[in-house]
Write a protein that binds this ligand. Sequence first.
Ligand SMILES: Cc1ncc(COP(=O)(O)O)c(C=O)c1O
Length: 407
Amino acid sequence: MTPTENLSQARQAFHAHLAQTSDSPIGLEIHHAEGSWLYTCDNRPYLDLIAGIGVTALGHRHPAVVAAIKRQLERHLHVMVYGEYVLESQAALAAELARVLPRGLERIYFTNSGAEAIEGALKAARKYTGRNALVAFDGAYHGDTMGALALAGNVTFRAPFGNLPGPVFHLVYDDETALAALDERVAAVVIEPIQAEGGVRIPHAAFIQALRRRCTELGTLLIFDEVLTGLGRTGQLFALEHFNVTPDILVLAKALGGGLPLGAFCASDAVMSVLSRDPPLGHITTFGGHPLSCAAGRATLETIMEQRLWERARRAGNFMQQQLNRLFAHEGIHIRGAGLLIGIEFPEVRIVRQFVAQTLSRGVVVNWTLNADRVVRLAPPLTISEDEIDFAIGTMRDAWVATKKSA
Ligand SMILES: Cc1ncc(COP(=O)(O)O)c(C=O)c1O
């Protein structure tokens, strides 16, 4: 069967049998992916400025990741994954993570996804503090399971689903005065140190530091969601380094699995140990920390550390922001970002939709953010080259000219 025949069957089945998440899927039919590029079944290359939503930090199918997966494949797949057997793939990744994480976060629980890691962090915080209430922020996105959704900072996404776990209180992001509302009933405050889906919002260091102080005063656990910002994307290995603040629990996913599903929450022995007793097995998982994912994750983390990819992200991000500023400086469009997490804020949603479609039709994949639909968010592989950035900027220039013509 040729790829084209295969493709049309796939497209039919996509529409007939796959649950849809919107009425307007991007609809690219992917044949293969390599480096910063996706290739569709009709042989068109697309520069991937989303990287599977911030996942493929090393680009698609990085050789070190593929080799690690193959090696693991030869040894074993699922056996019994979490907490019972000693599996080298998991233990080695946990040890490597513990080595690079801030002190006090050396105990790691692996999950399948970001949302699942958030859920585990919430359970640990509730049990450790013996408190119920949770606090999150406007614009927040922590995933779509019930507990994570309850934290979402956009009522449009919460409201259709009835009563969610709580109580959850939402505060204004980056507003120090809002922190006065915290009190001793709060088990945990969950925050993205830099918001992605909220429209690439970078808070003031003073706010994050005041939040840390307030949580410490109240005995409330501070949970940093670094699902998207972790492992180099923002120009530091962890975004917490921009603020000089260590949370009580750090949540990771996306880049962690190098393209396979993997999340983690990381905490002290004292916090994490509440999950192992009273009752024992009170928080378990069949697949979390799968050997293949951990092998891919270890190769990813080692490559990020060896190549100091956070520094590359910082340099490439600065270059990209400069180019974007030059392109959009006089158009009422604002650019902001940290490393290779960049937001382009347009004046109107309608314009964003047109710009995204025009950019895509020219072979560059970009998208807007969930909780700030006037913002296009760029999160390319950390390995993106200068030539690829030039291509992206040239394409966006043409797309912007076309957008203005059709507006
Ligand atoms: C900051 C943040 N937290 C949590 C999640 C949820 O992760 P997952 O989709 O793996 O459940 C996401 C996903 O986009 C995210 O961006």
